[in-house]
Design a protein around this ligand. Structure first.
Ligand SMILES: O=c1ccn([C@@H]2O[C@H](COP(=O)(O)O)[C@@H](O)[C@H]2O)c(=O)[nH]1
Length: 224
């Protein structure tokens, strides 16, 4: 079994991100580079982290009209990401065009409901109903559009896996029992996410802000 943990390198300094990636690389399966990293370091930064030698997950959460998202997808071919995100709420046509424009070996996954949101937040955006229903609805839309999978919390992954057996499921909001939750609202332990069918576990601050990131990554690895 390959290690499902992708460390979110949400760090402002490229040297720090590269140093941390090099230190933890034997205990994780890949690196997730998101908006903070990409806005600060762009393509150059991605190449630098790719040199560490593990798969790259570009979490750019594209959300725009189909033509613009397809163009953005083409512009990142050169970075050879293993996984890229778009927002599933961007609609079916956008997801279809994103998948068509992605490179052959890149998985395109749709973000359903951010793990920093709960049902009260959802209601404030004008969406009535439960987190479960919202995730299931957007998962079905993503599957119909031909995406490889979705991003959801560990609270929903078992139900989505049951409905979409071949799907690829990315689960952020991962916390060990003693970790601080921070701004996340729908969290689970690494073991629970894995047991419920997650394909990839995204772990950021529990590793990047740990006193000893190698020890933190090893502790997570040991629970899986
Ligand atoms: O629903 C989502 C989608 C993406 N993320 C990203 O995952 C990491 C989580 O970081 P932690 O420090 O472990 O909380 C972060 O890069 C988010 O942008 C998410 O948390 N939830």
């Amino acid at each position: 079994m390959t290690n499902p943990v992708f460390v979110a390198l949400d760090l402002p300094r490229l040297e720090d991100a590269k140093g941390l990636a090099t230190r933890v690389k034997s205990h994780v399966g890949g690196f997730k580079l998101g908006l903070e990293f990409f806005c600060a370091h762009g393509h150059h930064g991605v190449h630098e982290i790719a040199h560490v030698g593990l798969p790259i997950f570009l979490d750019l959460k594209f959300h725009d009209i189909p033509n613009t998202v397809a163009g953005a997808m083409q512009s990142i071919h050169v970075l050879e990401p293993a996984i890229v995100t778009v927002h599933a709420s961007g609609g079916r046509a956008m997801m279809e065009d994103a998948k068509a424009a992605a490179s052959e070996h890149c998985k395109v996954v749709g973000v359903t409901m951010l793990t920093s949101l709960d049902e009260r937040d959802l209601a404030r955006t004008g969406v009535a109903g439960s987190a479960h229903d919202q995730v299931m609805r957007l998962a079905e839309l993503a599957e119909t559009a031909g995406l490889d999978g979705i991003v959801c919390s560990g609270h929903e992954v078992a139900a989505v896996r049951k409905q979409w057996k071949s799907g690829f499921f990315v689960v952020p909001g991962i916390r060990m029992k003693d970790n601080s939750v921070g701004d996340q609202k729908r969290v689970v332990t690494p073991r629970a996410a894995r047991d419920d069918g997650a394909s990839v576990l995204v772990v950021g601050r529990p590793v990047t802000r740990a006193e000893d990131p190698v020890l933190a990554a090893r502790a997570i690895e040991a629970t899986l």
